[in-house]
Design a protein. Structure first.
Length: 68
């Protein structure tokens, strides 16, 4: 088993005006007001799993090429 201790910095609210599309498909401008930090934890777990697997396979392939 491999265990990780992972820490994430909270994603901050973007205070700049941005163009987006509303539910009617119309272009609108939004601007962040106050602090509305989202919880990224549900997306973070599969990202950490995928990156850990990618790094391990990368090291496995690198170790095989040095033996050739």
């Amino acid at each position: 088993d491999i265990y990780f201790q992972v820490v994430f910095k909270p994603v901050s609210t973007i205070m700049q005006k941005q163009m987006t599309v509303n539910t009617d498909g119309e272009e609108v401008e939004i601007e962040g007001k106050g602090r509305h930090d989202p919880c990224v934890l549900p997306r973070a777990v599969p990202i950490v799993d995928a990156m850990a697997a990618l790094v391990m396979v990368d090291h496995l392939l690198r170790s095989r090429t040095t033996k050739i």
